[in-house]
Design a protein around this ligand. Structure first.
Ligand code: GLV
Length: 329
């Protein structure tokens, strides 16, 4: 049987071409917004019915893939998720239905790390706020007391999750600004300890209490859901910032809104949202938060690599029975 792949939305062509060159039949959905689970089910069901089933799904982080999808698509053998995070795919269900799931880690984490730095600089140097100020015509001349901010180089950075992205972020802050680094992770990262003098914290509470900028780099799962809640925020320094480029629901967004409004902490940089694409009411009215639309990995290089890795995962698994980015253990 010819391998047939349904790609739920447009992704960079490079990976699509790799699959086509291998003779795979690739169909790319043309929706401009995230596709619903019902639509995914309808597409797969119809293909099964007409005898041209898809055996591979190339999904995005917005696609909810679980039992409901697997049970109507008996031909489906693989879900190649175009993302590092794969909390959108129910791995237990995939296991039950014998479907392989892969993700796209790779050598492009610099993009996310740079986004963390950009958000930090924007918050500390009040860039977004200052830009609004000038555009709205409020600038009436130099004022030595205007928009005084913070030096990033004076800050202690707390990295929660020292995997590849946390590691890159550590290098950016330590090598670029000389910032001391604290990190919290169940695994030791000797590379950042040796190269950046990063200090592994035994206690998350100690990291929270001692950090000026906290950057989240954990996957979303039952342990990390609402990790940043009222208790977490109550331990942060009142002049500390938090940056989230991981997954929205790692933060209790409604409480974060309250904390920012009440100035319990200095500010937040959010690239991801708990109720994505919806934003907690009131958040966008606050001056101490900057927000970007889940684009931390959206550099040309990163997106191309993700496309290549997603395609290579398919080729490796379909042709060799194995992929190095296997999420079903
Ligand atoms: C983006 O959020 C990703 O997980 O790749």
């Amino acid at each position: 049987m010819q391998n047939r792949i349904y790609v739920t939305r447009e992704i960079p062509e490079i990976g699509i071409n790799m699959l086509k060159e291998k003779g795979y039949e690739v169909v790319v959905g043309n929706d401009k917004k995230p596709i619903s689970q019902k639509d995914i089910i309808d597409i797969l069901k119809k293909a099964e019915k007409i005898g041209k089933p898809y055996n591979i799904l190339l999904s995005l982080l917005t696609d909810k893939i679980d039992k409901k999808v697997f049970e109507i698509a008996p031909s489906l053998k693989m879900v190649s998720n175009y993302a590092i995070g794969y909390d959108n795919v129910n791995i237990e269900d995939a296991k039950e239905y014998g479907v392989m799931v892969t993700n796209t880690p790779g050598d492009y984490m610099g993009s996310v790390a740079e986004h963390v730095v950009a958000m930090t600089l924007s918050l500390c140097n009040r860039i977004a706020e200052a830009d609004h100020f000038v555009r709205r015509g409020y600038y009436k001349g130099f004022d030595p007391m205007l928009m005084i901010g913070h030096d990033v180089s004076e800050k202690t950075i707390g990295i929660i999750g020292a995997g590849r992205i946390g590691e890159k972020t550590t290098y950016c802050f330590n090598k670029g600004f000389g910032c001391p680094i604290l990190y919290y992770d169940c695994h030791r990262n000797e590379k950042i300890e040796n190269d950046c003098n990063a200090k592994r914290m035994e206690s998350l509470n100690d990291l929270i209490k001692q950090s000026d900028i906290i950057s989240l780099h954990v996957p979303l799962n039952e342990k990390t859901y609402h990790m940043v809640d009222e208790e977490f925020i109550s331990k942060m320094k009142p002049d500390a910032f938090i940056i989230n480029t991981a997954r929205g629901a790692v933060v209790d967004e409604k409480y974060l809104y309250h904390a920012l409004k009440e100035k319990k902490i200095a500010g937040a940089g959010l690239d991801v949202f708990e109720f994505e694409p919806n934003i907690t009411r009131g958040l966008s009215k606050l001056g101490n938060v900057i927000m970007t639309p889940h684009i931390a990995s959206a550099s040309i290089k990163a997106r191309d690599i993700m496309s290549k890795v997603a395609a290579q995962n398919i080729i490796d698994y379909m042709e060799g029975g194995e992929s190095k980015n296997n999420c079903v253990k």
